[in-house]
Design a protein around this ligand. Structure first.
Ligand code: BG6
Length: 487
């Protein structure tokens, strides 16, 4: 069903995220009849563009990022009619605000307003302050904050305080697009609708867990941001810890936002701290060097950054995390993420314990549950079955029980943003991050960053197009474990 009519006001509307994700996501929701025709999407940025010029950019974005089969000319034209543009420097209390004010005043005062901040996070507080002094924060207004929320606990607190002065916590939507991914939400279904899994979901049956988000791309023109950030801040502190929370949390009492978020927070609080002195034992950081993909040479990170660049920024991280709780004991949770790796793949691997004894000529392999977040969303459970080859004894062969969701349900899997953008309009915060979660995540990440900045763990290298530094294999081998691609 359609949501209530809304005005979506995007700050940073000429940026990559708006073009690549936000506009295409709103287009799909419009196409499927969920966006009422009198809603508006108001882009704002500093560039002095006319409405027509901005609509032309939006059109180009749709042509680039929406699948051609899904793009209907007539629907696209009607969608572009919803798009407006106001040239505005949101961080400055200057004379450009009246244009936005009068545009917003054209709509009924009780219309839902979403202020989507896709600018540098350091500006969030200032933009909210300006919205408030301009009288633009109505009871029906919400604000969406893109990650990263700060670069450490102190800066995150400053941002949250700045925004919190003008919006109540239940109107602040901190987005983590991994929570909008279908298979990430499916984790909740899989775990809490199928006792067959949940009964085994603890250190009793599980040997270790891996959570991987590997990308083949490099820094893609985002060098200036990425080089200050690095993989821990860009991927682990937010996306991977959120996935970890859903994998590890206890059953929530209900699907209410706070019920779920309280359980996630308990996981974050139970994460064993990794002190700066321990980073060499529990973490591996790496940066890609030149590599090969077939005949093609892939540039190094420094080459991607540009001329004569020097940098100690990590483009790869692997961490052995533990969640100190009755359920998990010392089960390792191996987290890793990297740029320019061998494959684009985000997945969760649950490695079960092996059978305690074997009556077969060969030892059965331990069961493994792989939950694929992307691409090819699905779930695979590996089992040992009888090898059908006739022999004189009963030998075993590994086989997979496999569900590929897109095929199984013959349906398009929506992009994460499609769900999340309309959840904000609906006022449903369940897939957004509460302030205390952000803080707990930084509290765990900060000492690791400190240890690295004091060079307590070497910056390893790995060739572009590979699975990461050799030290990451050693991190697991110590406990007799292996990364999924080596199994
Ligand atoms: C973003 C990071 O949050 O997530 C990017 O800033 C990264 O560096 C992206 O490429 C990965 O998202 P996805 O959905 O492609 O796994």
């Amino acid at each position: 069903p359609p949501v209530d009519t809304f005005d979506y006001i995007v700050f940073g509307a000429t940026g990559d995220l708006t073009m690549r994700k936000l506009l295409p996501a709103l287009y799909y929701r419009y196409r499927d009849g969920q966006v009422p025709d009198d809603s508006r999407i108001i882009g704002t940025a500093r560039s002095p563009l006319s409405r027509e010029e901005y609509q032309a950019r939006a059109e180009k974005a749709l042509k680039t990022f929406v699948k051609p089969d899904d793009l209907n000319d007539d629907t696209a034209r009607r969608f572009l009619d919803l798009v407006h543009y106001v040239s505005l420097n949101g961080a400055e209390a200057d004379s450009t605000w009246p244009a936005l004010k009068s545009l917003l005043a054209d709509a009924p005062a009780d219309r839902i307003r979403v202020y989507y901040l896709a600018t540098a996070p350091g500006l969030y507080g200032q933009i909210c302050e300006n919205l408030s002094t301009q009288g633009l924060v109505t009871p029906q207004s919400r604000v969406v904050l893109e990650k990263p929320i700060g670069t450490d606990l102190t800066s995150a607190d400053a941002i949250n305080d700045g925004v919190g002065k003008h919006f109540p916590e239940n109107h602040i939507f901190r987005i983590d697009h991994y929570l909008g991914k279908e298979t990430v939400q499916n984790l909740i279904a899989l775990r809490f609708a199928n006792p067959v899994f949940e009964r085994l979901w603890s250190s009793d049956a599980i040997e270790y867990i891996q959570i991987t988000a590997a990308e083949t791309v490099g820094v893609e023109g985002r060098g200036p941001y990425y080089d200050k950030s690095g993989a821990l801040r860009d991927m682990i502190q937010n996306h991977l810890l959120q996935v970890l929370c859903l994998v590890a949390m206890d059953p929530p009492g209900s699907l209410e936002a706070d019920s779920l978020r309280n359980e996630k927070l308990k996981v974050l609080h139970a994460l064993r701290p990794i002190a700066p002195e321990d980073v060499a034992t529990y973490t591996v950081r790496g940066q890609y060097t030149r590599g090969k993909e077939g005949d093609k040479t892939l540039p190094s990170y420094l080459e991607d950054l540009g001329q004569d660049a020097t940098s100690n920024t990590e483009t790869y991280v692997a961490i052995r995390a533990e969640i100190h709780s009755w359920r998990w004991g010392t089960v390792p949770f191996y987290l890793r993420s990297g740029k320019r790796m061998a494959e684009k793949c985000s997945e969760i691997v649950i490695q079960f314990k092996a059978a305690p004894w074997s009556i077969f000529p060969t030892r059965p392999e331990a069961n493994r549950l792989v939950i694929r977040i992307q691409p090819d969303e699905g779930v695979t459970l590996s089992v040992s079955t009888k090898d059908p080859t006739p022999t004189d004894s009963l030998s075993l062969r590994r086989a997979d029980i496999n569900i590929a969701f897109e095929k199984a349900f013959s349906t398009r899997y929506p992009d994460a943003y499609e769900r999340l953008l309309l959840d904000v309009v609906r006022g449903d915060p369940v897939l957004f991050i509460r302030r205390d979660e952000v803080e707990a995540a930084w509290r765990w990440a900060d000492p690791i960053l400190k240890g690295w900045s004091e060079n307590k763990a070497p910056l390893e290298s790995y060739p572009a197009g590979s699975w990461g530094p050799a030290a990451a294999n050693a991190l697991l081998a110590r406990s007799g474990h292996r990364w999924h691609e080596d199994m």
